[in-house]
Design a protein around this ligand. Structure first.
Ligand code: PRP
Ligand code: URA
Length: 214
């Protein structure tokens, strides 16, 4: 899958194994997620455009670079909040917006309860990065992508910790049919499958509950 980037990095693999362990407590779970968020952010920012910028070093003038995209990071509440740290630290100029969505426990369909986004007169160079640790059925991410496309946002990436093939297929079937309009998905692992309750297997359980101690 051309639009799916799976990160392979020892820091990710080490910390993801801590998070997957059912005996890992809230503090270690959250600390590992924070560490992984830096690697995930660096990989996601790699697809942002650069423009040149003149820099005066103490010795001479050179052509340097700066990130061209106007980045808006959009965590899906709640669990997306736990993955924002690396994104904010690596690029503090980014705007942080929020969308609140939970999955209905019976239907597994997304239910939106909050949305806060800047009013944009000019959408040129806007790059929205949706952040959610888990892509299970893909319903929450698909809902968010649809919402952004309806607002006229053209460049959208998705950064996640774990995904199920079912969720990736759902996103690709809905949005990535044409070569031209592709939404990039960056993840740390493509797991095996969903279970009958819509949880990712092997997965790590309920990400929101484990990071917030609920
Ligand atoms: C979890 C997770 C994703 C969603 C993924 O949220 O954080 O947002 O499920 O599932 P999907 O791909 O099938 O939509 P949850 O509904 O548990 O809410 P929470 O983040 O508030 O815990
Ligand atoms: N949401 C989670 O937190 N975990 C899963 O495995 C699936 C959805």
């Amino acid at each position: 899958m051309k639009n799916l980037k799976i990160i392979s990095h020892p820091v990710v693999e080490h910390n993801l194994s801590i998070m997957r362990d059912k005996n890992t407590g809230q503090v270690d779970f959250k600390n590992s997620l924070d560490r992984i968020s830096y690697i995930l952010a660096a990989e996601t920012y790699a697809s942002s455009g650069l423009e040149s910028k003149t820099v005066n070093t103490p010795f001479k003038k050179i052509e340097g670079s700066k990130i061209k995209d106007r980045i808006i990071i959009l965590p899906i509440l709640r669990a997306g909040l736990g993955l924002t740290r690396g994104f904010i630290d690596l690029y503090p100029e980014a705007v942080t917006s929020h969308i609140g969505i939970y999955r209905d426990e019976e239907s597994l369909k997304p239910v939106k309860y909050y949305f806060r986004f800047p009013k944009l007169k000019d959408k040129a160079n806007v790059h929205v990065i949706i952040i959610d640790p888990m892509i299970a059925t893909g319903g929450s991410v698909n809902f968010t992508i649809e919402y952004l496309l309806n607002m006229g946002i053209k460049k959208i990436s998705v950064a996640s910790l774990l995904c199920a093939p079912e969720g990736i297929n759902a996103i690709n079937n809905r949005f990535n049919r044409s070569e031209k309009k592709s939404i990039e998905i960056i993840t740390c692992s493509l797991d095996e499958k969903l279970n009958e309750k819509g949880y990712i297997v092997p997965g790590l359980g309920d990400a929101g509950d484990r990071m917030f101690g609920t």
